[in-house]
Design a binder for this molecule. Sequence first.
Ligand code: G6P
Ligand code: ZN
Length: 543
Amino acid sequence: MPMQNVRTTPIEGQKPGTSGLRKKTAVFRRPHFLENYVQAIFDGIGGVVDKTLVVGGDGRFFNDDAVQIILRMASANGAAKCIVGQGGILSTPAASHMIRLRNADGGLILSASHNPGGADADFGLKYNGPNGGPASEAVTDKIYERTKTLDLYRIVAASDIDLGALGEQSVAGMRVEIVDPVADYAALMQTIVDFDKIRALFAGGFTMCFDAMHAVTGPYAHAILEGMLGAPKGTVINGIPSPDFGKGHPDPNPIWAKTLMDKMYGPGAPDFGAASDGDGDRNMIVGRGAYVTPSDSLALLTAKAHLAPAYRGGLAGVARSMPTSRAVDRVADSLGIDCFETPTGWKFFGNLLDAGKVTLCGEESAGTGSDHVREKDGLWAVLLWLNILAETGQSVSDLMADMWKTHGRCYYARHDYEDVESAPAQDMMDALPGKLATLAGTTIGGMTVSEADEFAYLDPVDGSKSTGQGIRINFEGGARAVFRLSGTGTQGATIRLYLEQLVTDPDRLMDDPEQVLAAVRDAALALSDLQALTGRDAPDVIT
Ligand code: G6P
Ligand code: ZN
């Protein structure tokens, strides 16, 4: 089969963000766009000659075509083998596990995560390294540098392979193994949580609703929850993946998972509700009438993980991204284990997990995970919750109330200002560091700033430094405001304002979060001048 060296020129805007390269699908489908980026990945990681790569995605529009192109390019670049999920499907955590299980040299994951899919929506591509985790900044920098000098890419002129046929095929001499996307992942879960206990829970009449949001976790949840764990049929809703996610927005939060929220807050609500995102790495947890913030979920899992077989010996440590609430810090403190604060982006947990410094980690953006893979893992979080519910016999709301009683409650909300014009958003972020030096001690609307800084991270494992990772403003009395620009958007800029207020007064643990957070919100808006600079008087999404 002929190998072609295709002449190309660098394409602007191929800088990977928080989680790989995300663009409008139409941009990815422009001539050479995908090919250039794939070649830059291959070159940026030092070539793929004789390497084995895992390839799969969340099944969104363009997934299959992109997989075929990647396979033809891997073949032309001399890869030995690609392991591909059947139908081009692999959830992000399942891909991470596959890379580790098969000792692959890395993987290409096709997804724009929780962003909508379709011809007029979003697409994405991410490279994960041999540890199964997203590439480090050092590697993504090399990939980006390569996108700026690329003048050719390699591709073979082979015909499409049959992505549906399990087993071995070949693309111009490169072996391709099509694997069941669910089986190995399900087997891994059985080594972590107590399937017998959870099976008994369901057998005893425990009810659950899992919203797969028309995305990749459908097949996984059907197989594991309804198949292996015996949850009644119908426990999984929206369980058939569709290329445009049923025209929905597959982001598991109270706004986008409204169907589930309505069920959980309505009459006859099940005992437990959960949802996952486009590529299966995020999770949302909700009890009967009791939404659990991702930050609180991480804290609860940290407190109770020892109830699951994999964590019986305790946790080495935990980590959270900087904007994630400090609830987990308080639990970690009481357990006498380390709690690391990293920049936003799962890649920053990789070194800590590899070095055995942390066992669990999580983010405010609905990501929770452990050292079983190197990605966040939506279904894993749901299964660990089920294990804890089965062991304690308590409801979600009772578990949360107990935790708040013991550790205090970190009221929390994230305000997103989406698709703001890039220039004023950047101006606001650029102006903030200059204000920080004089902020400490000042009082704004009754809130006194105790300290303020721009977050920088020194990786304790490899000594690498990441600067400019968001503005932190702490107030006296346990409040905090954080400003960041999102690194995952595909249009304009998204300003994220994260608000937190610790309350330890036992009589104020069940208040309305919006009211509790109003003072810190007003102070943050005043000192940033956000509304005047962006012309926005309210956030687009509050989660
Ligand atoms: C992805 C990343 C997460 C990150 C989230 C939000 O899901 O894997 O690590 O927290 O995006 O990132 P952003 O830069 O948009 O706030
Ligand atoms: Zn995701």
